[in-house]
Design a protein around this ligand. Structure first.
Ligand SMILES: Nc1ncnc2c1ncn2[C@@H]1O[C@H](COP(=O)(O)OP(=O)(O)OP(=O)(O)O)[C@@H](O)[C@H]1O
Ligand SMILES: Cc1ncc(C[n+]2csc(CCO)c2C)c(N)n1
Length: 271
């Protein structure tokens, strides 16, 4: 289905429960880690949240996200159900009452005091430590397992934080998959070269954009309403925003790492 040298992205199938595309490709092979950021959880469908939570092997709250999770748990009567593996950060936002509760339930509190990385970066740093193979056993080193990170709440709120999350997606895109789910978007980085994006029109689109935030690049695409052929794109020059998804498979060939973003809507049940 795809060129062998093309990077396959099946983000919406990966995060959506019971997506039939999962049957076609083995996208569940990478374990999921959930990283929650400090933004309101009010917009998220509770069934969708539960499915993400259950699929995740590791659940990390970035500092103040611990407060959000606590309030969400209290309001939806499932405080005990959602106990994070760790709360990570400089811990200037986490309330003592919430910290004490989660500690009593087994959550690890990880304090990184530096003031030059965000709590999102600190959360990824901690995840990296968890991924380190155990000490050698019988002269065999267990293999390092890289998680796909699903981030809840990356955008909206403060613009500096929002841009910082995008920067981190670009920084990490040649190392691990990170998928950001925000109020109405699904966003991830495409490493330079050929990319194939599998679309589920029930939840993805129609609006989408390709953001050349790592610098000027040349783009060739298929499957979009306004496709590009060797089109120069940059933040101060031409940038493809308000484009539309036409096909179930989109291809993007880029000379630089870029951000892919599309509308994403999980219809809440019982509405
Ligand atoms: N208003 C916001 N808008 C967007 N993202 C946010 C916002 N507030 C927090 N975040 C995200 O959630 C993470 C954890 O939030 P928290 O408020 O604990 O962060 P912080 O890094 O201490 O921020 P600050 O710069 O306010 O000290 C941040 O690293 C950031 O990625
Ligand atoms: C030039 C420069 N600008 C800003 C910060 C501050 N800063 C960046 S990330 C972070 C942690 C937020 O929790 C803080 C305080 C710095 N250190 N250096």
């Amino acid at each position: 289905m795809t060129d062998t040298d093309s990077t396959l992205h099946a983000a919406s199938a990966y995060v959506t429960p019971n997506d039939s595309k999962k049957l076609q490709i083995n996208i569940d092979s990478q374990p999921m880690a959930l990283v929650m950021l400090n933004l309101p959880l009010v917009h998220i469908d509770t069934d969708f949240f539960e499915s993400l939570w259950n699929k995740s092997k590791i659940r990390i709250c970035a500092d103040g996200a611990g407060n959000r999770l606590y309030e969400f748990g209290l309001k939806s009567n499932c405080l005990e159900k959602y106990i994070p593996s760790a709360i990570v950060g400089d811990l200037d936002s986490l309330l003592d009452k919430h910290k004490d509760y989660y500690v009593s339930k087994g959550t690890k509190i990880i304090w990184y005091k530096d003031q030059s990385s965000t709590d999102f970066q600190k959360s990824l740093r901690y995840l990296g430590l968890l991924e380190e193979p155990e000490a050698e056993l019988d002269n065999k080193k267990s293999e390092k397992q890289i998680h796909t990170v699903v981030v809840l709440g990356g955008f909206g709120g403060r613009l500096d934080h929002t841009l910082h999350v995008l920067k981190v997606l670009l920084n990490e895109c040649n190392y691990r998959r990170i998928i950001v789910i925000s109020e109405s978007n699904l966003t991830f980085a495409l490493p330079k070269g050929k990319n194939t994006i599998l679309i589920n029109k029930k939840v993805d689109g129609p609006a989408c954009g390709i953001l050349p935030l790592a610098g000027e690049c040349k783009l060739t695409t298929t499957g979009l309403h306004w496709d590009m052929v060797d089109h120069i794109s940059s933040v101060t020059g031409f940038m493809s925003t308000s484009n539309l998804i036409e096909e179930d498979i989109i291809t993007v060939d880029s000379t630089e790492d870029v951000i892919w973003t599309c509308e994403f809507l999980i219809e809440p049940k019982n509405v």
